[in-house]
Design a protein. Structure first.
Length: 380
């Protein structure tokens, strides 16, 4: 089946009531024995989140917003893929596929779709318009869950290429962060002649052991990566090695699912004292709900097992398409251009943006929009 079929999201009322019941009946652990986040998400914060979630949060609000953009499902290699597809009113708009990662989802991009597809209505230049496609990775959101192993980032990249062809886009631009960055890179490696250019934010790549620091910025970047490896990598080790085991708790407990995701947002968001400086509770819960209502805690975790266990077909293949990078100050990795020049042979744009962390589009949508417009403008 190669049809691209319109799709409307509609979560049954009884599932939402079941969620509220689970939140109200949750069995809580004792308080952590420290006054910070060093043992994980503090009890008081997660109880506050779940109290709001059970009594005030409105899923229908974001559900309506998602449906307002227009979405579709199409089957590739036996897996139904869900995606938002918003065509620009500008006939010469550039096709652009944007891919999320973990702990995110397609809701990361909701605030940038309008400005990117219709810049004239958002104070921009209509010449900067894009036709935007935002798919959910297999095992995430309203895409199907793989029933067999093999859905590596390379296979997902091949699926995205096929989907863009089904939508009528012979050549297109690609953008991604986290796993989305790796998938976007894989697209550029697999079909460079089809890719106009590649923009990355929040890349998954870490400096190699042989890469040394030659200045203060590089020394700080290496120190940040070491902090991640020493203090923050536990979630990844679990998902790389035992995704099914952690999946039981994530499937059964909305409290557990929220805590598992929100820990990452707290660690990798750019704020001074509290994450509410950047995200509302509604925004954070919109993202959590993309996992809960689709029961994708285990299947999304399994993406780590796939990428860890599979051989990376293109690992030693350089990216030859034009590339741009936006480096965020609070991200896990703040790569040096010098470190990646062997892997990306045509770097056209490299900027260290003033604000933001791991979810650049979600956290700083205006800045993200400006970065994407600025980079791709040179290829119009």
């Amino acid at each position: 089946m190669t049809a691209v079929e319109a799709y409307e999201i509609r979560v049954p009322d009884e599932e939402l009531e079941d969620l509220r019941r689970r939140l109200r009946d949750a069995r809580w652990p004792e308080k952590e024995t420290v006054d910070d986040w060093s043992q994980g998400v503090p009890l008081s914060y997660l109880r506050e989140v779940c109290e709001y979630w059970a009594n005030e949060y409105d899923w229908r609000r974001v559900e309506s917003r998602l449906n307002s953009f227009g979405s579709f499902r199409t089957v590739v290699d036996g897996i139904g893929i869900h995606a938002l597809h918003v065509r620009s009113p500008e006939p010469d708009a550039m096709p652009l596929v944007m891919t999320h990662g973990w702990p995110g989802s397609i809701v990361e991009f909701l605030d940038v779709i309008g400005p990117l597809t219709d810049p004239a209505s958002h104070g921009g230049d209509p010449k900067d318009a894009f036709h935007v496609v935002v798919p959910s990775m297999p095992g995430f959101g309203f895409s199907d869950k793989p029933t067999a192993s093999g859905w590596t980032t390379e296979k997902i990249a091949d699926a995205w290429i096929e989907i863009m062809a089904r939508l009528g886009y012979d050549r297109f631009a690609v953008q991604g962060g986290d796993y989305g960055a790796l998938i976007s890179q894989n697209i550029a490696q697999a079909q460079p002649e089809q890719v106009i250019a590649l923009h990355l934010s929040s890349p998954t790549r870490f400096p190699r052991p042989e890469e040394t620091a030659e200045n203060d910025a590089e020394r700080a970047a290496l120190a940040r990566v070491q902090k991640y490896l020493d203090e923050e990598v536990g979630y990844a080790k679990v998902q790389m090695t035992r995704p099914q085991t952690i999946g039981y708790g994530l499937a059964d407990s909305p409290v557990g699912q929220a805590g598992w995701l929100l820990q990452g947002f707290w660690q990798w968001t750019d704020f001074e004292e509290h994450i509410s400086e950047v995200f509302t509770l509604d925004q954070l819960l919109d993202n959590v709900m993309m996992y809960w209502v689709t029961n994708s805690g285990a299947s999304s975790a399994r993406a780590y097992w796939e990428s860890y266990a599979s051989s990376l077909k293109y690992a030693d293949s350089p990216v030859t398409v034009p590339m741009g990078m936006s480096v965020h100050p609070a991200d896990i990795t703040r790569l040096s251009r010098r470190w990646v020049e062997k892997e990306f042979t045509d770097i056209r744009y490299w900027t260290e943006v003033p604000k933001g962390g791991h979810q650049g589009a979600f956290e700083q949508p205006a800045q993200f929009t400006d970065e994407v417009r600025t980079f791709f403008r040179m290829f119009r």
